[in-house]
Design a binder for this molecule. Structure first.
Ligand code: FAD
Length: 565
């Protein structure tokens, strides 16, 4: 077998792996990154690119008064019985330092989400803005030839392949028919996109997770870190109790990679491991009743590699993954895409009902909470676990719904392929979707009775800062409520998916994988979703997977390099 020597082997090229690689190389280690797929960036490249870091330096510069203590209080409340004080403290201490390190030394730059509220803003220690930071948009030309192997963004959340940044940029898209400034802004971006498409065959203005993955990769390439593509790690190598490398399959055959300082597992968790899903996802009794927008290569390899060394996964978490409601988008070739519903549920004039015709949750709550409520509400019901997002004509054309875009983008195609259901009356829509008509008509009437006054006595939609952040501030008195009154009426079906798994490998506060008797396995680290989430199965804020992913990648690298972390 061929051999390759390095100090640190990083397995996986998402945020966890690349943060570890860049930090380690900067600290003087000889680093190799191996990636199973033909493209790098993993789920990170498909993501929103938000990192949740309490008391981060960007917020401090903007005058937010946040603190590590407040972050700890909030996380203790959120994780409950699964709170792991040591790892949380390591995160809170190193998170801001990690952000400083990347901003000062690499191509990774961030912008602050000043109004991006924590997801449970009324809990102790929560903030209503300033903890979430997003990767700054990036010019793909900076990556040179490497742009060709950057994983593209999730097709379903682009506009014809063009990436749309969150926050202000997204607002311009919503306002394109209402404001000259927004129309001009969008037109300029679209012309640039068409030019990029002609010259490069893809969007070159990277935003969100694609910008984060691009910026991390650029930082790695600038430091001369080799990245092997189509190179899955298949086995860990040991010398006594210490991990000293791995076998990596390549196009030219297997290579024995010897890693003097250790190995970082960062293969992105197990969202596509059907057997593990069967064991841990309550809504997926065969493991198949689940739709994940994460890339197909995330099949739990890191976990499988570590288990023979006595490692354990956090199967006791109340939620084994970060749930998100998704709709299945039919493509022309007969395949289905997966659209994650982050924003539309909170808009005024949108509600969600089960097949029973009734609402079950504050629709503006976070995706993770929405899905948990859906599983609860459909317990004992026949058929697949699903809900319908419901709206009327003016609302659909104003905000779109799921993969359906706002006016002036036509809707005929989505009506024809069955993605969007329509009824001239509420009864007709209910029959179209196999929803109980009488209960549904009664439910909409009950909702409408209070919506015009900005009230929702049933579920209090619009009652939290997070709800309102995703609503429409021009709608008053409640930016999340408007009657569903003007037909035709529309529905999109949602089922349960995930953004990544939570029940990863148990580690200590240095990101070392714990083996027999809870002792660290020397030379073996886990970062990103290969590491058990420090959120204990809960979802406290925007960026709670990428923030810890980069922070524990940074911690692992510094520990391997012998720097106190
Ligand atoms: C649409 C969407 C939006 C999201 N938005 C956000 C957000 O804004 N903020 C947030 O915090 N989270 C978000 N998430 C979740 C977040 O993207 C993931 O939790 C995060 O990217 C996981 O990072 P990672 O480094 O663990 O894994 P990944 O980024 O998935 O990278 C893992 C890599 O390892 C590779 N790999 C797998 N097996 C092997 C092997 N055997 N050998 C070598 N390589 C291997 C995979 O191919 C992959 O490229 C979002 C997810 C989605 C789908």
């Amino acid at each position: 077998m061929k051999m390759h020597d390095c100090d640190l082997l990083v397995i996986g090229s998402g945020a966890g792996g690349m943060a570890a690689a860049v930090t380690a190389k900067h600290a003087g280690l000889d680093v190799l990154v191996v990636e199973k797929e033909a493209v790098y960036g993993g789920t990170t490249a498909r993501s929103g690119g938000w990192l949740w870091i309490p008391a981060n330096p960007l917020a401090a510069r903007e005058g937010f008064s946040d603190s590590r203590e407040a972050g700890r209080t909030y996380l203790q409340h959120e994780a409950g019985n699964h709170f792991d004080g040591k790892r949380v403290d390591a995160f809170l201490e190193n998170g801001p330092a990690m952000v400083d390190f990347f901003e000062q030394n690499t191509a990774v730059k961030f912008v602050l989400g000043p109004q991006f509220s924590d997801y449970h803003p009324d809990a102790p220690g929560a903030m209503t803005g300033g903890r979430s930071i997003c990767a700054e948009p990036y010019d793909g030309n900076e990556l040179g030839e490497h742009i060709k192997t950057l994983r593209p963004p999730l097709k379903e959340i682009t506009f014809l392949g063009m990436m749309i940044g969150s926050g202000k940029e997204l607002l311009h898209f919503f306002n394109v028919t209402r404001s000259i400034v927004s129309a001009g802004y969008v037109a300029k971006l679209f012309v640039k996109y068409l030019r990029d498409l002609t010259l490069h065959g893809r969007a070159m203005r990277l935003t969100n997770g694609n910008a984060l993955a691009g910026r991390l990769a650029k930082s790695a390439f600038d430091l001369g870190i080799p990245l092997w593509l189509e190179a899955p790690a298949t086995e860990l190598l040991r010398d006594g109790d210490r991990v000293v490398g791995a076998v990596v399959e390549t196009k030219d055959g297997p290579v024995q990679v010897n890693a003097r300082k250790g190995v970082v597992l960062a293969t992105g968790g197990f969202p596509h491991d059907v057997e593990r899903r069967r064991q841990l996802y309550p809504h997926a009794p065969t493991g198949q009743e689940h739709w994940s927008p994460t890339p197909p290569g995330n099949t739990g390899d890191g976990i499988r590699l570590a288990l023979p060394l006595g490692a354990h996964t956090a199967d006791e978490y109340p939620n084994a993954a970060a749930w998100v409601p998704v709709s299945r988008v039919p493509w022309k070739d007969g395949s289905f895409g997966t659209f994650p519903h982050f924003i539309d549920r909170a808009k005024p004039g949108v509600i969600a009902v089960t097949r029973a015709g009734t609402r079950f949750v504050n629709e503006g709550n976070c995706y993770h909470d929405f899905c948990q409520a859906l599983v609860k509400a459909t317990k004992g019901m026949e058929g697949e676990i699903c809900a319908w997002l419901i709206t009327d004509h003016p609302t659909l054309r104003r905000y779109g719904l799921g993969h359906v875009k706002p006016f002036p983008v036509p809707i005929v195609h989505q009506l024809a392929n069955g993605y969007l259901k329509r009824g001239r009356t509420l009864e007709e829509l209910a029959r179209e979707c196999d929803i109980d008509p009488a209960a549904f008509v009664g439910q909409v009437a009950e909702y409408n009775r209070h919506a015009a006054q900005g009230q929702d006595p049933q579920f209090h939609k619009g009652s939290t800062a997070y709800n309102r952040y995703l609503g429409d501030p021009t709608v008053q008195p409640n930016p999340c409520l408007a009657p569903i009154a003007t037909g035709p009426f529309y529905a999109v079906q949602v089922v349960i998916g995930d953004l990544g798994s939570f029940a990863g490998l148990k580690t200590d506060e240095k990101a070392r994988v714990l083996g027999e008797n809870g002792q660290p396995v020397e030379g073996l680290y886990a970062a990103g979703n290969d590491m058990a989430s420090i959120m204990g199965g809960n979802y406290p804020g925007g960026g709670i997977t990428l923030g810890p992913a980069m922070t524990f990648g940074y911690i692992a690298a510094r520990h391997a390099a012998g720097i106190a972390a």
